[in-house]
Ligand binder design. Structure first.
Ligand code: ADP
Ligand code: MG
Ligand code: ZN
Length: 560
């Protein structure tokens, strides 16, 4: 079966092989099973129903919500030599009649119709005489009120399908993967035991990295210098941050431009064109930059601050490497990002259920920043894909040489502190207690709640917080919902407390705070440079570039 499909792919469409996911979906449809295909935009959903349509007898009905899209698809099909047409409100009544008549005579393999058409009794009557064996529903999330794009006319699909003499095979296609939407699609379209495939989210040519942002500006500058003349996007969290970073880069001699909603239409337009036509190589932007840009040779996307959720992150990061050539997706995060995003959600989302949902998604993003596991696997599982290998070999987790350390003792310290404090406090306070802080808030605690006070006094406060976040990401701890999330113990942590399990962590250059001597020398040189720069009232790079400083540090004989 699938060989035939491959033959059609090559013969009609001229492509050599199926993309990830297409084959599974087509296979399922050819087997005669109702199928839901959840694939991201651009993954190639159209072919996944067009090819079965070409292999099945009779005419396939395609429900599609956008008139312009419909015409494009039909034009494309006709160019490939596939007999296809569409029926929507742009046609005259007699044209509609004539197309339906031809359809009934079996002149088309595919008939695209707008869902609104199904509202008309007479039109439904016309379709009765058409033998429909397969019906493809594109943008199927439109049936669901949970989707972002609900179309009331999609609700006519269910009754229409029921009215047909024989229930056709159904394929539902969408890029929206939430469970609410899936359930609605199954229920409202009356699908019988559908195969559900979530696929095609992987972008194998992208390399994912997460990095705690210590010296973010310097990192970015250094990175850009090492990737000279390669187009890249840097997403920052706020307009002000975009302005600052852009100024810094321009002052450092980088061909950078900026884009955010605070600029005039003309300025935005200009930036966008400069970037598109390679007049600037780096675009510093807020998330306002993206809709409708299509630059295929973006070689890297750096996030200067952590976005609010994985959906946003993946969409933005995914603008790298659209041409299939390698692309770098680097996420620089710092603890303040979480505070900022949480604040934004608190300030802008009022509906309690939605707020909760947004906070949960934010936690997914935080977990991504802290996970030691393969980042690609983390992403794909987040979007609902299954059977993903443990390691992709192409992300910072997989590539880190890192050393696996046993951190059971630290884990026990953290967990017992949370236990003693009766799971009533957030990450910050737990860390302060472990560190042995004497803040007023801590002096208010009862004596027995403070029995772990200071047991990690020789660990840096931020490192303790990182550790707690690591335990959250790894499923030992959980953060409660709500405005002030409280750390709670999960069963895994309880086992560790009882001495029943061990905890390990891969300590990589990115999580280890121990700098090599050369690194610390580099940082000291840089501090010195900053002082001189301030005294001389010059930008630091005018004194020495980072690469020069690094070279100096490397070449300096260290004797201790
Ligand atoms: P979606 O509907 O999932 O957003 P489309 O069906 O519009 O995506 O396909 C996006 C692009 O991918 C189209 O240009 C299509 O021709 C191309 N494409 C689809 N399948 C393949 C394939 N197997 N090989 C190469 N290109 C493909
Ligand atoms: Mg599509
Ligand atoms: Zn990986």
């Amino acid at each position: 079966m699938i060989e035939k499909a491959l033959e059609v792919l090559q013969r009609y469409f001229g492509y050599t092989h199926f993309r990830d996911g297409q084959q599974k979906v087509i296979g399922s449809l050819l087997q005669g099973s109702d199928t839901i295909a959840i694939m991201p935009t651009g993954a190639g959903k159209s072919l996944a129903y067009q090819i079965p349509a070409l292999l099945f007898k009779g005419t396939t009905l395609v429900i599609s919500p956008l008139i312009s899209l419909m015409k494009d698809q039909v034009d494309a099909l006709q160019q490939y030599g596939v007999p296809a047409t569409f029926i929507n409100s742009s046609l005259t009544l007699s044209e509609v009649r004539s197309r339906v008549q031809k359809a009934v005579q079996g002149q088309y393999k595919l008939l695209y119709i707008a869902p609104e058409r199904l509202e008309s009794d007479s039109f439904r009557g016309l379709l009765q005489s058409l033998q429909v064996s397969f019906m493809a529903i594109d943008e199927a999330h439109c049936v669901s009120q949970w989707g972002h794009d609900f179309r009331p006319s999609y609700l006519h699909l269910g009754p229409f399908l029921k009215s047909l003499p024989r229930k056709p095979l159904i394929g539902a296609f969408t890029a929206t993967a939430t469970e609410e939407v899936q359930t609605d699609v199954v229920r409202l379209l009356g699908l019988t035991k559908p195969n559900i495939f979530v696929t095609g989210f992987d972008r194998p040519n992208l390399t994912f990295s997460t990095l705690r942002g210590e010296n973010k500006k310097e990192f970015v500058l250094e990175y850009i210098k090492n990737h000279e003349d390669q187009p890249g996007i840097i997403y920052a969290g706020t307009r002000k941050e975009v302005d600052n970073l852009n100024n810094f880069l321009v002052r450092s001699g980088i061909k950078a431009g900026k884009y955010h909603a605070g600029l005039s239409d003309a300025d935005r337009q200009k930036s966008q064109e400069d970037f598109l036509f390679d007049k600037i190589t780096v675009m510093v932007a807020t998330n306002a930059f993206g809709m409708g840009i299509d630059k295929s040779n973006v070689r890297y996307v750096i996030h200067y601050t952590m976005p609010k959720n994985m959906e946003a992150y993946y969409q933005e990061a995914g603008r790298a490497g659209r041409d299939g050539e390698p692309g770098d997706c680097i996420l620089l995060f710092s603890p303040q990002d979480v505070v900022l995003q949480r604040y934004l959600i608190e300030q802008t989302v009022f509906h309690p259920e939605r707020k909760m949902n947004e906070l949960k998604k934010l936690q997914g993003m935080v977990d991504y920043c802290h996970t030691p596991r393969c980042l690609r696997k983390t992403i794909l599982e987040y979007f609902g894909e299954n059977d993903i290998p443990e390691e992709c070999g192409n992300c910072s987790s997989c590539n880190d040489e890192g050393e696996v350390m046993d951190i059971t003792l630290e884990a026990q310290k953290v967990f017992s502190c949370i236990y003693r404090m009766r799971e009533r406090f957030g990450i910050g306070l737990v860390a302060e207690v472990l560190k042995g802080s004497r803040k007023a808030k801590i002096r208010e605690l009862r004596f027995d709640e403070l029995s772990t006070h200071g047991i990690m006094h020789d660990t840096a406060l931020q490192e303790i917080k990182d550790l707690i976040n690591y335990f959250v990401a790894e499923g030992y701890l959980q953060l409660s919902n709500g405005e002030y999330p409280v750390v709670k113990l999960l069963p895994n942590a309880v086992s560790v407390l009882k001495g029943e399990g061990r905890v390990s962590r891969k300590i990589s250059p990115k999580t280890s705070r121990q700098e090599s001597d050369k690194d610390s020398l580099f940082h000291r040189l840089r501090a010195l440079r900053r002082e001189i720069a301030m005294r001389e009232n010059l930008p630091p790079y005018m004194i020495f570039s980072d690469s020069t400083l690094r070279e100096m540090a490397q070449n300096c004989p260290l004797n201790n």
